[in-house]
Design a protein around this ligand. Structure first.
Ligand SMILES: NC(=O)c1ccc[n+]([C@@H]2O[C@H](COP(=O)([O-])OP(=O)(O)OC[C@H]3O[C@@H](n4cnc5c(N)ncnc54)[C@H](O)[C@@H]3O)[C@@H](O)[C@H]2O)c1
Length: 453
């Protein structure tokens, strides 16, 4: 596993000086007002980067809106296996940038074009690692949505592809580039609340039921075989799209890997751990929904790490809680992370702000601030151009948080505590659980099944 110094994140604070301040505070609003963004986002015409956006659906179209509004990049391709979404994306890119991108349904057309410098991948989770690895091996820099991998093994294969290609990979955990979050974490890592022994992340919100469905024909506008890609050839169901694939084992990682992974990522960062845990346990199941969702709607996970530099046997804990049937927030934040230090507490909602308390819950500092997607793009582009030397969410950070997601889901499935070898990335003495470190690909193979070695 590559070892990168997480502390240098803080030195890179202030990334993206060219970005529009308002867009940073509110990327959704900026995405709705591309003209204002176009006038302000980047201006270095000689350094124009040529991009492809793969999977411009929900989140992918947010990326596309912001990217097409920039003058320092050119969206040359949009790629989607859903014709309706592809047409909409091509129209959005043209309206926003004034230039028509090539609209393709096969990502290999994007990857084969030597002029493309980087791709943004916002497909469903089961395509993240296969697409990213192909792109890296094709010589592209990669921005890939979170969780960066659908299982633990694919995370390792992604890191290997980053190493062998020498290309950059940024994971779509934009909190890592959000100034407000960075300041909060900097305070935690600087010792303002003493030694942090425990961090907790939570996902507390009310989701809808996905209902129950029977196999049916996919819609005409969708190339379902291409959508499945390397996944097993299971029949299409009406409650797989749009976005509902998240709740199916073959394609998603549940809400812990969806909204939860953002806060888990923040918790890992502030806890100051730079490796995988050695123990993971999770209890969970479906306490509320009576539908096809395969992942828990109620989930409690604990991970233990050896505490670096502490007396032998001392450990740090990371806790994750999820109740996706709660029409109320927890500790002031719908999704959040809390850091329990020996001298104080910092509670953070990565899209809202944080509060820092000392002994007897005295409020010592607080800050509010929204999420900053533009800054995350900027950090990626600055690193490609050599203007910054540290990606804020590199493949190492991405696989640290994704691995917690996968360990929690595996533990909940087998209903056992797992002993994990952080170097080998194997679950010890439990063949049933260890089999879930990887996945089954479709029978007969597929061109996107990740390359090994
Ligand atoms: N960073 C964030 O804040 C954030 C927010 C929302 C979603 N996400 C992530 O974005 C990803 C997409 O989520 P979504 O809600 O937009 O899903 P979605 O289903 O709405 O969009 C995915 C798109 O990818 C397309 N697609 C599927 N296979 C493809 C392939 N082989 N080639 C090209 N296109 C393909 C689909 O047709 C669809 O248009 C997920 O990984 C999710 O976790 C991140």
């Amino acid at each position: 596993m590559p070892t990168t110094n997480r502390r240098t994140f803080m030195q890179a604070a202030g990334a993206g000086a060219l970005a529009l301040a308002a867009a940073r505070q509110n990327p959704a609003a900026a995405a709705q007002n591309p003209e204002a963004s176009r006038q302000n986002l980047g201006a270095d015409a000689d350094d124009t980067l040529t991009l492809g956006v793969i999977g411009p659906g929900g989140m992918g179209s947010n990326h596309l809106r912001l990217l097409a509004a920039r003058r320092d990049v050119r969206v040359a391709y949009v790629c989607d296996v859903d014709r309706q979404r592809l047409d909409k994306a091509a129209e959005l890119a043209e309206q926003t940038s004034g230039r028509k991108p090539q609209a393709v349904t096969d990502m290999r057309k994007v990857l084969d074009d030597k002029a493309v410098d980087a791709v943004f991948i916002a497909t469903p989770d089961h395509w993240h690692a296969p697409a990213a690895i192909l792109a890296l091996d094709a010589g592209k820099h990669v921005y890939v949505e979170k969780p960066c991998c659908h299982n633990i093994r694919e995370g390792r294969l992604m890191r290997e592809a980053v190493q062998r290609s020498g290309k950059l990979l940024q994971v779509g955990t934009q909190s890592r580039s959000t100034d407000c979050v960075r300041e909060g974490i900097q305070r935690v890592l600087a010792g303002e609340i003493g030694e942090v022994l425990v961090a907790k992340a939570w996902n507390s919100q009310r989701r809808g039921s996905i209902g129950k469905s029977q196999p049916t024909q996919p819609p005409d506008h969708l190339d379902y075989d291409a959508w499945l890609g390397p996944a097993p050839l299971v029949p299409y169901r009406s409650n797989m799209l749009p976005g509902v694939w998240r709740w199916w084992y073959d394609f998603g990682c549940g809400d812990i890997g969806n909204d939860g992974v953002h806060d888990i990522d923040v918790a890992v960062w502030g806890l100051g751990v730079d490796q995988h845990p050695t123990t993971a346990t999770c209890l969970g199941g479906k306490s509320f929904f009576d539908d096809d969702q395969q992942f828990p709607d109620t989930q409690y996970a604990v991970f233990e790490y050896p505490a670096e530099g502490a007396p032998a046997g001392r450990r740090k804990q990371l806790i994750f809680e999820q109740r996706i049937w709660s029409p109320y927030v927890q500790e002031g934040y719908e999704n959040g992370a809390a850091f329990y230090g020996t001298e104080g507490l910092l509670v953070m909602g990565h899209t809202q702000g944080w509060r820092l308390y000392g002994p007897r819950n005295k409020l010592l500092a607080e800050r509010t601030g929204g999420v900053d997607l533009v800054a995350h793009h900027q950090n990626f582009f600055d690193c490609i151009r050599g203007k910054q030397d540290q990606l804020n969410a590199d493949v190492h950070a991405g696989t640290l948080s994704a691995t917690l997601v996968h360990l929690a889901n595996i533990s909940a499935r087998v209903q056992r505590t797992l002993r994990f070898d952080p170097q080998l990335e194997q679950i010890l003495a439990d063949d049933e659980a260890n089999a879930l470190v990887g996945r089954n690909y479709r029978e007969g193979g597929h061109w996107s099944v990740p390359r090994v070695g």
